[in-house]
Design a protein around this ligand. Structure first.
Ligand code: PGA
Length: 274
């Protein structure tokens, strides 16, 4: 269980296994909901957060957390795919989380473009909806192998807002596993922008597996550059990065992060991880 509060800084916490990353991330969300039951969560799809969502489902089943008053905004959604399509992010979120917790699904938002709606109108409307909900308290992020966050591909403006983005070949290849017929895979998405993400009051970045190690290093220790959109997180005041050993394997400052973490645990005045 997570105790204490998070620092106004980037906390890099390396845990042995991906299961510990999931449990620690879920603990952070539970901690937020204890203090703010009507929190606004920013959520992500992809493989990485699934185990964390499972921990939250279990906690909800056990009565340890409730999502009754929570509002959620997902990072992104494909353009040109019906929300009912099993590969849409709406369907994925329903399957992996929303249908299995006590959330009011009328308050679960994705930047969807219904048939007949001009997708370029979706972005500004989504930004307004986030503002109207009071802004995002905690934004969950995965990271692409190319350093993308949401579908902000390399070269995305660090000042970008929710908009249409064309996916890179690498992202299309990574996500082709979700489409039986590659002809039906959308090549364009609506994604929160990097500036939208940076508006969240707290950001929780999860990364597991060796295939993310270089992107994690570029994001945390590289220069702030549009070539690695996740590096923009260095500009945010409150980011928690949860990594397993493999995802942390390229970090030059790994020993220092562990040392800082031990100091925080010892003095107990800052975020204390699982
Ligand atoms: P993954 O995707 O969690 O499926 O690796 C992360 C991302 O592309 O942002």
């Amino acid at each position: 269980m997570v105790r204490g509060r998070c620092t106004a800084d980037m906390d890099v916490i390396v845990l042995k296994k991906s299961s510990a990353v999931a449990a620690c991330g879920a603990g952070l969300i539970q901690q937020l909901l204890q203090t703010k039951p009507a929190a606004v969560l920013g959520l992500a799809t992809g493989n990485t957060p699934l185990a964390m969502y499972q921990c939250l489902i279990t906690a909800c089943d056990n009565g340890d957390v409730s999502f009754r008053d929570v509002t959620t905004f997902n990072l992104d959604e494909y353009v040109g795919i019906d929300a009912g399509n099993p590969a849409s992010y709406r369907s994925t979120m329903k399957r992996e989380l929303f249908d299995r917790i006590d959330i009011d699904q009328a308050r679960t938002y994705l930047p969807e473009s219904d048939a007949g709606v001009d997708p370029s109108a979706t972005g500004p409307a989504y930004e307004e909806a986030i503002l109207a909900a009071g802004g995002i308290d905690l934004q969950v992020l995965g990271i692409g192998r190319n350093g993308h966050i949401g579908f902000n591909e390399p070269t995305s403006s660090l000042g970008s807002r929710t908009r249409i983005k064309t996916l890179t070949q690498q992202t299309l290849q990574s996500n082709s596993q979700y489409f039986a017929d590659s002809g039906t895979q959308p090549q364009v998405a609506v994604t929160m922008g990097i500036a939208t993400i940076l508006d969240a009051r707290h950001i929780l970045l999860l990364a597991t597996g060796v295939e993310k190690a270089q992107a994690v290093r570029d994001a945390i220790e590289g220069p702030v550059t549009a070539m690695c959109p996740a590096s923009a997180l260095q500009l945010h005041r409150k980011v928690t990065v949860l990594l397993d050993d493999e995802a942390a394997s390229c970090l030059a400052m790994r020993d220092y992060y562990d040392w800082v973490h031990r100091q925080k645990q010892r003095f107990g005045k800052e975020f204390t991880a699982c």
